[in-house]
Design a protein around this ligand. Structure first.
Ligand SMILES: [Cu+2]
Length: 155
């Protein structure tokens, strides 16, 4: 028994040494989810809250997912009475002690070129790379896109 425990401890120690980049100790995610896609589309959006409990600011530089080879941070803007979205350049700053919320109609993560169906209720990994706060690797739930009534559509 003692041998097994020792072996386990060695394995754990090695795993943490081998890991190329450390899981962030200052960033925490909550309520992370990705929307299912309407039929025929290969693009969707992800949402979550990211809290920085550390004492230094964290800049989110990029996001990664097994589902997509291209992820972007987007924001929604009102211009000329229209809602438009555009990529955020320069990363997303999460100040020390604060929470940044990605939500519908606001900041969101765009996932492009998705080649597989997204099944509601399943979950997938999302990874965020930062400047000085390590990596935030989280599980995001896949949630059904609630169909909104569309004017002028006939069945
Ligand atoms: Cu977008």
């Amino acid at each position: 028994m003692k041998k097994i425990i020792t072996l386990l401890l060695i394995l754990v120690a090695q795993a943490s040494l081998v890991a190329p980049l450390a899981q962030s100790s200052s960033l925490q995610a909550s309520d992370a989810y990705i929307r299912t896609m309407p039929p025929g589309l290969t693009t969707t959006a992800g949402f979550l809250s990211i809290t920085n409990s550390g004492s230094t600011p964290c800049l989110l530089l990029s996001a990664e997912s097994q589902l997509s080879d291209r992820l972007e941070f987007h924001e929604h803007l009102h211009s000329d009475g229209m809602m438009r979205m555009r990529p955020v350049t320069g990363g997303i700053n999460v100040p020390a002690g604060e929470t940044v919320v990605f939500k519908p109609g606001g900041l969101h993560i765009m996932l492009f070129n998705i080649q597989q169906p997204l099944i509601a209720g399943e979950s997938t990994r999302l990874q965020f790379n930062t400047d000085q706060c390590g990596i935030l690797d989280i599980s995001a739930e896949i949630r059904s896109l609630v169909a909104k009534p569309m004017g002028g559509m006939h069945h």
